[in-house]
Design a protein around this ligand. Structure first.
Ligand code: TRP
Ligand code: ZN
Length: 842
């Protein structure tokens, strides 16, 4: 059943961008927070935009506003000529300059969308990016309208002793507070928090001697889990000063943790709001990966202060201007502080598994999208992670010094403005006299480029020729090395690709070298080349670039899983044994021993057969156990010593290797060992690894382990998310177990973290999810989210995006789900956009 075209949500196009007819000098807001309503009063100082492109002066102004109840409105003290639409408020006969005063009523207490002003654990908080501010009051809700905000908050002192907003505190008294933010900002960076919090305080002194008060606000019972976040925040301040020469500008930097949050965190000026899972950590409850992830997100939001807040986006099509750049910055932050090589492997693995799939699916879009129906659907792996890869290529071309010269010019030119990706690239280009014209295709083309390399050795001239072809002439850096048979690096460097066919000749090579192309994954492409099995083994052993070693190992695992007869398994296992006993970097050994995930294997199947993939992968796991059981046990025991907890690369690597050994050993039946570790573990990395092993199958320890884990951690929200997720992902978790989990007293549908821990996890439990009843279950949840939280609903409905690639039966079933969803009355823009793209022909 098709919907009436005229009532369908319509896309907004990048090409239609026009500067706003009006701009704003100052925005004064007054919030009166009550239990059953909130009254928002605004006083906004509008003036005609000198850059207005219309032929006649504008005499009307449209303000965005959704689900607002207008109480009063006055323009320069008189009632204006206006009309209210479902999307906002249209003012007629507006003068060149005027003061608008508006009073509206909103209902944060029933707001489950977690956008705009809402409540989490009884406290008030906001989320305004991308379009949440229009759920607070009528406003020019677009990122290129910047103004100076003053915010007054009024609330009952007893339940809401802490009242926060952006900028610096002006006055604070019982039940009232005024905040003033001197830096002009768009409304998506506005934030307000009111509630009862405990606070961890510290200070930071910038290079110019300015004192910054640092504050982390959390619910009182979480205060002992904030120390790591504070240390991470100071590391972020320090790193941005040292590596980018950037210091903080306000007198206070606040982070507030809330349990109900759609994404990871938000960079609101001076007042970051975080998903509490991205702040709270101690070694008893957080894994090594959690710690490093929290530090990265704290860094990310802090780095936004320059790349996002001081220089912001002209329009939302430019989102990658701030996100791609800031992800690049947080990746470098983590790489500088921890193990650079492992960080790169993890990032590339995620990019290839998730972003490549997105780029090959119905929602594929360029890093700078051309259109959107619901902007929230474009906070994607493409905009963030591929966007960061594009920045990384610019960095590779220019080197650190050239890149920093470009950044300096970018800040010099555009500080305080809302700009475009073209503006950023022009700064990089002008500062270095480097032509990025052709390179800019990376921002406008979707899809993953494919590159083919063929080689030829000429023994007479001792030359080695590489011929590189690509369908479209992408401009990219190709990092490489050539090795002699002993493993010595003969040549290395960066080739610049820019044509559809290019040949590179390397001379003075006494024998045919083994090439390593795309070291460090210097460009986000799919590379095909004719490396022999022996050459791959050689590179796993001898490459010095860790990424390339891992990449070649992944390639061999892939062959072994997909077609066991295609490679010489004993020879591959011999090489692995050599690695296991001769490599120092334990995190790297762990990465080499980790099989490609089922999801990444699906990307390599013409037709996805989830059951076949699962079973083939399990067979390889059994082959590993057969061959390596004694060695894994020996390594396990060598590494299983108790040491004080820290997250140095050495300790992280030690635990990673130990726990992957445990994974295989448990798969081979060594559950007693897992149980022993479960009982003696002193940190969450060890505890969770054992918990996962014991929960994955029906075994004699399972019931008691679940009970013990629950008993120990039931009061810890973050650990309980792991408790739910581990069960939802276990091989024995069938749909009925999921429905039981959703009856659990700690299950909460409206808390995204908890919903994700059960439902999202289950959609990745391929062999148990991919059944008619599994799909029916998911569809019901999506339809419930359609009214409660469409943003989260849209993320979940993307599960069906690749329906065309599944085996015929599952394909038909998934299509049916999409059609059912599309036929639903009052479908949100969020879900509509994804579903109609998924069903679109061709
Ligand atoms: N700007 C945020 C970040 O990347 C992303 C974000 C947080 C967000 N919450 C959101 C985006 C809600 C859209 C909606 O750091
Ligand atoms: Zn961001």
């Amino acid at each position: 059943m098709l919907k009436n075209k005229t009532t369908e949500p319509q896309p907004i196009y990048r090409k239609d961008y026009k500067p706003s007819a009006y701009l704003i000098h100052t925005t004064e807001l007054h919030f009166q927070l009550e239990e059953n309503e909130t009254i928002v009063s605004s006083k906004i100082d509008f003036y005609q935009n000198p850059k207005w492109q219309g032929t006649t002066p504008p005499n009307q102004l449209f303000l965005n506003g959704i689900d607002l109840e207008l109480i009063t409105i006055s323009l320069d003290g008189a009632t204006p000529d206006y009309e209210i639409t479902p999307e906002g408020l249209l003012l007629h006969n507006t003068p060149a300059h005027f003061i608008l005063q508006i009073k509206t009523r909103i209902h944060p207490e029933t707001n489950t969308s977690l956008n705009g002003l809402y409540r989490s654990s009884g406290n008030f908080c906001t989320q305004c990016e991308a379009h949440g501010f229009r759920q607070i009051t009528y406003y020019l809700d677009r990122p290129d309208v910047l103004s100076v905000f003053t915010t007054h908050i009024e609330a009952d002192h007893k339940p809401y002793p802490i009242l926060l907003s952006n900028g610096n505190p002006v006055t604070q008294s019982n039940g009232r507070a005024t905040w003033h933010d001197p830096t002009p900002k768009p409304c998506y960076l506005f934030a307000l928090v009111a509630g009862d919090f405990a606070v961890l305080e510290d200070t930071w002194t910038t290079p110019t001697g300015k004192q910054v008060a640092l504050k982390i606000y959390v619910e009182a019972h979480n205060i002992n889990k904030t120390q790591f976040a504070m240390e991470a925040l100071k590391r972020a301040f320090k790193w941005d000063e040292v590596r980018f020469g950037l210091a903080y500008d306000l007198d206070i930097y606040m982070i507030v943790a809330v349990d109900d949050f759609n994404m990871g965190a938000m960079e609101n000026k001076g007042l970051n709001i975080f998903n509490s899972a991205c702040v709270l950590a101690d070694s008893k409850t957080a894994t090594d990966a959690d710690f490093i992830n929290i530090e990265a997100i704290i860094g990310h939001e802090y780095f936004h202060n320059w790349t996002g807040n001081r220089i912001t986006c002209r329009d939302w099509f430019q989102l990658s201007l701030k996100e791609g750049l800031t992800v690049f910055r947080d990746q470098e932050f983590t790489a500088d502080l921890h193990a650079r090589s492992i960080k790169r492997i993890e990032d590339v693995n995620a990019l290839r598994t998730l972003q490549f799939a997105e780029d090959a699916g119905p929602m594929a879009h360029p890093v700078r999208p051309e259109h959107y129906i619901e902007m929230n659907n474009f906070y994607t792996l493409t905009v963030y992670e591929k966007g960061a890869e594009v920045i990384r290529m610019i960095h590779t071309f220019l080197g650190e010094t050239g890149f920093q010269k470009g950044m300096l010019l970018y800040f010099e030119r555009f500080d305080g403005q809302a700009v475009t990706i073209d503006d950023f690239v022009s700064a990089m280009s002008d500062a270095n006299n480097f032509d990025f014209t052709q390179f800019k295709h990376w921002y406008s083309q979707s899809g993953t480029p494919e590159i083919n390399i063929s080689t030829h050795y000429d023994p007479d001239h001792k030359t080695y020729t590489a011929t590189i072809t690509q369908k479209f002439a992408h401009f990219l850096p190709l990092t490489f090395a050539l090795f002699d048979p002993s493993g010595t690096e003969l040549q290395n460097g960066v080739l610049t690709l820019k044509d559809q066919t290019q040949s590179f000749v390397f001379d003075n090579l006494p024998s045919e070298p083994t090439p390593s192309w795309l070291r460090g994954f210097s460009a986000p492409v799919k590379l095909t080349q004719a490396l022999s099995f022996e050459q791959k083994i050689f590179l796993v052993k001898h490459e010095t670039d860790s990424f390339s070693r891992w990449d070649n190992a992944q390639n061999l695992w892939l062959s072994l899983i997909m077609d066991a007869d295609s490679i010489d398994t004993p020879a591959f296992f011999d090489a692995l044994e050599f690695m296991l006993t001769n490599t120092q970097d334990k995190s790297l050994i762990c990465a080499l021993l980790t099989l490609p995930s089922e999801r990444s294997l699906h990307n390599h199947q013409a037709t996805i057969d989830v059951f076949a993939i699962h079973h083939k992968r399990e067979q390889v796991i059994q082959a590993i156990i057969q061959r390596f059981n004694p060695l894994l046990l020996e390594i396990y025991h060598t590494l299983n010593t108790t040491q004080p907890y820290d997250i140095t690369p050495e300790s992280v690597g030690r635990r990673a290797l130990k726990n992957i050994c445990l994974f295989y050993l448990a798969k081979g039946g060594e559950l007693t060992l897992a149980h022993k570790q479960f009982n003696s573990a002193t940190c969450m990395s060890d505890k969770l690894a054992a918990f996962k092993a014991l929960i994955d199958t029906d075994n004699t320890y399972r019931t008691q382990t679940l009970a013990d884990f629950y008993q120990e951690f039931k009061d810890d929200t973050q650990v309980m998310d792991k408790y739910f997720a581990t069960q939802a992902l276990s091989q024995v978790c069938t749909l009925d177990k999921i429905t039981t989990l959703m009856q659990h007293e700690l299950f909460c549908f409206n808390t995204p973290n908890r919903l994700r821990s059960v439902v999202n996890s289950f959609t990745h439990n391929s062999i148990n999810f991919h059944h008619p009843a599994g799909y029916q279950f998911l569809t019901n949840i999506i339809l419930k989210l359609n009214t409660l939280n469409p943003q989260i609903g849209a993320r979940l409905v993307a599960t069906y995006n690749h329906w065309r690639r599944f085996t015929p039966e599952l394909q038909a079933l998934q299509k049916q789900q999409l059609e059912t969803i599309l036929a639903t009355k009052d479908l949100s823009k969020d879900i509509f956009e994804i579903v109609q793209a998924a069903l679109k022909e061709g």
